[in-house]
Design a protein around this ligand. Structure first.
Ligand code: PLP
Length: 387
């Protein structure tokens, strides 16, 4: 069987739109075009009903109530709304705790808060890319108002113990936010059982459309207050003004519905495929190194180093594979991967990480093709270095 190239192995950056999601979106892009805020006619009522159905699917996947979901343009906006929205409640700058493994969507808003006088503690990780929940607990002080921890890391794929961190936060009256863009729909997560106060994610990381996401905001007795960052028509209970992206929201709802139904099956497929891919590479290149703990790790996620080789050169050699060195958002920026540096790798080692992200539709043929090409490229580049 022939494999169509380039083979897409960059599912941390984005995922293809599931055709069932596209089907759900099409009528909304065509005849069901109403504005959900139009309360005086059927076009508006239909759109509002579609949005609420989607909201229920998102809530079911996260384990919360539909009225705890705020639709946004994606994880970046969700994280900004959570962090700035909490900070703006305080007149005097206070303290937040985060990790060295955060995506820019968390790190940049926190850096902005630092410029406004806030103190931010960035807790280091162990060499295996895992953050010790005790280190986060130890960083809390009387002035701490919020902890933000990435649930699953986008470059190295390691999964953090957010439940433990959330419970030590709630014991101290500190809010817990997680950037769960890589985690939602891929690994088990339940905002209520896990004690999460705020959680942001994007539809396009789980086979939904780009430009739409959600922020979970806990309501009820221990509800979270936020200051809106986008004001206007007062949509989304005043937390996020602007006409809703109805096609995107409907697509996100369908993507979440499918993820809830298929998550375990997808994870099983991804774990098997990643295991086989790694074994095939290790067979041809015995000194391959897996960056980050083998477990707990996102299914289908591998970050590999081949001693002596730079990832950038390897990627140039491997044009039949769509691969990256790390975060798509930062990959315009040359230099070593910030996440690998955070693991304690030196500059040279941190430039060697090859990120492989398999998807639910990646086939066995594609995975073995990728393994063979990677082995061949490593051997070729190494022999050139010798020659
Ligand atoms: C992709 C990603 C984001 C940003 O998502 P956008 O859709 O670009 O807003 C944030 N955090 C993590 C961990 C991600 O993987």
């Amino acid at each position: 069987m022939t494999v169509r190239t380039p083979v897409y192995l960059d599912h941390h950056a984005t995922t293809p739109l599931d055709s069932r999601v596209l089907e759900a979106m099409m009528p909304v892009l065509r005849e069901r075009f109403g504005n959900p805020a139009s309360v005086s006619h059927a076009f508006g009522w239909t759109a509002a009903k579609l949005v609420e159905e989607a909201r229920a699917h998102v809530a079911a996947l996260l384990g919360c109530r539909p009225d705890e979901i705020v639709f946004t343009s994606g994880a970046t906006e969700s994280c900004n709304l959570a962090l700035r929205g909490v900070a703006d409640l305080y007149e005097r700058p206070r303290h937040m705790v985060t990790s060295v493994l955060e995506h820019e969507a968390v790190d940049r808003p926190l850096a902005d808060l630092e410029r406004r006088g806030w103190r931010v503690t960035r807790v280091p990780c162990r060499a295996d890319g895992i953050i010790d929940p005790d280190d986060i607990a130890a960083a809390l002080c009387d002035d701490t108002v919020l902890v933000s921890l990435i649930a699953a890391q986008n470059e190295i794929g390691t999964i953090q113990s957010w439940g433990e961190v959330a419970s030590s936060c709630s014991g101290r009256g500190v809010l817990f936010h997680t950037d769960a863009a890589q985690a939602v729909g891929r690994i088990p997560l339940d905002v209520t059982a896990d004690g999460i106060d705020l959680l942001g994610f994007s539809a396009h990381k789980l086979y939904g459309p780009k430009g739409v996401g959600a922020l979970f905001v806990r309501r009820g007795r221990s509800g979270v207050r936020l200051v809106a960052q986008m004001t206007g028509g007062g949509q989304e209970r005043g937390l996020r003004s602007g006409t809703l992206n109805v096609p995107g929201i409907v697509g996100m709802g369908e993507a979440c519905r499918l993820a809830l139904l298929e998550r375990e099956e997808r994870a099983e497929h991804l774990r098997r495929l990643a295991g086989e891919l790694y074994a095939a590479i290790a067979d041809g290149v015995p000194d391959v190194r897996l960056n980050g703990a083998a477990q707990p790790r996102l299914p289908g996620s591998l970050n590999l180093s081949f001693p002596g080789l730079e990832a950038a050169g390897l990627i140039r050699e491997l044009s039949v594979l769509a691969l990256s060195t790390g975060s798509a958002c930062g990959s315009g920026r040359p230099g070593p991967s910030p996440a690998l540096l955070a693991l304690g790798l030196d500059e040279r080692e941190a430039g060697a990480g090859l990120r492989i992200g398999l998807g639910k539709d990646t086939t066995d043929e594609e995975a073995s093709f990728a393994a063979a090409r990677i082995v061949a490229a490593v051997c070729k580049l190494r022999s050139e270095r010798l020659g």
